[in-house]
Design a protein around this ligand. Sequence first.
Ligand SMILES: [Zn+2]
Length: 322
Amino acid sequence: MTRPWRAALGLFLAALLFLFVAPQAARADVSRPVGWSLASATSQVHVGRVTLRYDPRLEDEALAVAREIPRAWSEIEHELAGDLEDTLTIHFVSHSGRIAEGTGMPQWAAGVAHPPTGEIAIAAHAPDGSLTDLDGLLRHEMAHVALYRATGGQPLPRWFHEGVAESFGEEIDLMRSQTLAGAIFGAGVPHLEQLEQNFRATDAITATVSYAAARDFVNFLRWRDEDGSDLRQALAQVKQGKNFEAAFVNGFGRTLAELDTEWRGGLTGRFMWFPIVSGDGLPMALAFPLVFLAAVRRRRHLREGWARLEAEDAALRAPFAA
Ligand SMILES: [Zn+2]
């Protein structure tokens, strides 16, 4: 390739890279309001101990959300604690703007949770107007509430709270994987202390990388042992008042730093399926995201373990190696 062409290709790929690591629609945070009243959510349905309030214009979507509730909650509850108090109030409205109005959140977000009261609000449309992934949003916000209950509301690092929510929201997420791969083969994956600071960063790319790393590290913790009991044990210890670090040593038999090293050591191998597409060193997934999107969607609901994920990554790698 001649030099100008290489430069043009490089620019094109750099633009793609920017697109894919650019901030995603704001997703929720754990916030202050208590006793929300989302005026447009006037219809109501009960699913066990869960009350789903929804905008009547969203009846079909609301019933689909309602069907998803028991399975999503019981999976999250089982993985984090075994059994938890099940009462939830979920508000489902058309647009993020309605959530901001009803909850007093300064920023528009597609979903928000208030763990102490077990309240969740989710919107069918993101701040930019695009349709949201309702299933993913529901699970993300439920995980915030479940984690709060599993740890008795003890203070937790922000990276852990968001990592758990992201991990349950969408265990295999193309955008996050690309972001993380970009960090692995680029600037490096931030260490845990750095991760915590980065969540408070105003720089969107830094924050996005931190979400991706926190999510992947939590996946690793969830799937490290056969039945996930190490994580449950650690969280139970936190609930009993043990310090976060000590609870992890108790649950996993390793310090967080050791777990971090173990996770980090496996990253390059797991992400080798982002091969180099050009001399400019950009991962192929950035150039052909749709190929990966299709593959990732197909295996979205498979969540039987870390080993399985690795095997699937190896299988995914094969077509590109050929
Ligand atoms: Zn969150």
